[in-house]
Design a protein around this ligand. Sequence first.
Ligand SMILES: Nc1ncnc2c1ncn2[C@@H]1O[C@H](COP(=O)(O)OP(=O)(O)O)[C@@H](O)[C@H]1O
Ligand SMILES: [Mg+2]
Length: 242
Amino acid sequence: MTAALTVNSARKAFGGLIAVNDVSFEVRRGELLGLIGPNGSGKTTMLNLISGALKPTSGEIMLEGRRISGLPAHAIARQGVARTFQLVRVLPSLDAEQNVMAGAVFGHVRSWGADARKTSRALLDRVGLGARAHMPVSAMTYIDQKRVELARALAANPRILLLDEWLAGLNPSELKIGISLVDELRREGRTIIMVEHVMDAIRSLCDRCVVMSSGRTIAQGGVEETLSDPEVVRAYLGDEDA
Ligand SMILES: Nc1ncnc2c1ncn2[C@@H]1O[C@H](COP(=O)(O)OP(=O)(O)O)[C@@H](O)[C@H]1O
Ligand SMILES: [Mg+2]
């Protein structure tokens, strides 16, 4: 069966720095893949290569067997890649509903007008913002802006959803809600790549992990097996020492 996403020797150089160094992995349909590694290991850059925010220096990326690397970001979004950002990016002057509707208009399964509004309302309910659909996003807390961003990403009904530290910065009770929300997405069969530092979340949610360190993949496979890999343990200890 064709993988949902295939990353084949993806490389990204910034001048002399190779942020992503010939990384290869697959994401199966309906799988939640954890992309983990110490700070600066290239995780966000890898997501940027998939979403088209950056073009790979070499290598290729395929969505459902069709090459997407090299296409502009908007075309990749159309093909069915949606994401959230490590540092939230919302349209601050618009309200929550308008932000989510923007996702419905520009994404993979496009809708507008009454349909887009209906989808947006349902998604805002789902992320716990049903009562605040008309609040300007600029007046919302950071966490609520993250919820808006997730709803916006889902509005396009993407083939693959990329979450860049979506759980970061949540307090313990918000974290519990956040984890169960991601778990619901997983159980409805969505294909997800989750960049995450919260180990509890990785253990409870991920089917498999890919571990990066200094731009390279140092381990991939089952969650427990990769987390206990000596090289992975070393990479994380090195990060804590830094
Ligand atoms: N646009 C850029 N220009 C130059 N260097 C960058 C750029 N984006 C990321 N980097 C560098 O690439 C490396 C990987 O960064 P990043 O992908 O953000 O890591 P992570 O998300 O794993 O913390 C870091 O050394 C970072 O400074
Ligand atoms: Mg990052």
